[in-house]
Design a binder for this molecule. Structure first.
Ligand SMILES: Cc1cc2nc3c(=O)[nH]c(=O)nc-3n(C[C@H](O)[C@H](O)[C@H](O)COP(=O)(O)OP(=O)(O)OC[C@H]3O[C@@H](n4cnc5c(N)ncnc54)[C@H](O)[C@@H]3O)c2cc1C
Length: 153
C-alpha cells in the first residue's frame, strides 16, 4: 500500500509502535520496537509464546499507533487552556501474520536492526532466527496528525 508522505515520515522517525489486539472484547495494547518497509509493512520480533502471539494467531488483524512527543508549550503560560503538547502521530490498521519463511524472517529482522543500530551487515544465526517469532503487519489504512509548536504559531 502507498503510505502518504506525512505518515511515512512519522513511521520512519518513531521509536516504539503500539499494536492493538482484541481480547475478549477489550483492546490489548502492546509496545514493540519495529522495522518498516516503505511499501507498507511493519515488522516486529517476539518470543513465540505469550498473550499477544495467541491473539495474533487467532485473529490476524491489528491496529497500531506510533507517536513522537516533541515538547510542551503554551501560547499564554498564565492561561491553562493554551497549554499544548507538540506531537506527531500515526494510527492505522492492517493484517498481521506470523512470518515463517527463513529469508523473509531475516529481511524483517534486518529491517528492525537498521532502524536502531548503526549501519552494518547483520547476520542471524539459524537457531536464533528459528526460535524468534517475526510478525508482519501489512498496513491497510493509516492516518497522520501533527500538532507541533511551529504549526500552531
Ligand atoms: C519500549 C518497549 C519496546 C518493546 N519491544 C518489544 C519487542 O520488540 N518485542 C517484544 O516481544 N516485546 C517488546 N516489548 C515488551 C512487550 O511490550 C511485551 O511485554 C512482550 O512482547 C510480551 O507480550 P505478551 O503479550 O507475550 O505478554 P505476556 O508475557 O503473555 O504477558 C502476560 C501479562 O503481562 C502483562 N504485560 C505484558 N507486557 C507488558 C508490558 N509491556 N507492560 C506491562 N504489562 C505487561 C499483561 O497484563 C499481560 O497480559 C517492548 C516493551 C517496551 C516498553
Amino acid at each position: 500500500m502507498h503510505i502518504e508522505a506525512t505518515a511515512d515520515a512519522i513511521i520512519q522517525k518513531g521509536t516504539v509502535c503500539r499494536i492493538g489486539l482484541v481480547d475478549n472484547g477489550l483492546a490489548y495494547m502492546v509496545p514493540l520496537v519495529y522495522g518498516y518497509d516503505r511499501a507498507g509493512t511493519l515488522y516486529f520480533h517476539s518470543s513465540p509464546r505469550g498473550r499477544k502471539m495467541d491473539l495474533i494467531r487467532a485473529g490476524g488483524r491489528a491496529s497500531f499507533e506510533i507517536d513522537i512527543v516533541d515538547d510542551i508549550f503554551a501560547r499564554d503560560a498564565t492561561f491553562p487552556c493554551t497549554w499544548s503538547v507538540g506531537y506527531e502521530c500515526v494510527m492505522g490498521e492492517g493484517r498481521i501474520e506470523v512470518v515463517e519463511e527463513r529469508r523473509r524472517k531475516e529481511r524483517a529482522l534486518t529491517a528492525i536492526m537498521e532502524r536502531y543500530a548503526p549501519p552494518g551487515e547483520w547476520t542471524f544465526p539459524a537457531d536464533v532466527t528459528a526460535r524468534t517469532a517475526v510478525l508482519a503487519l501489512a498496513i491497510e489504512s493509516v492516518t497522520a496528525k501533527r500538532t507541533l509548536k511551529e504549526l500552531t504559531e
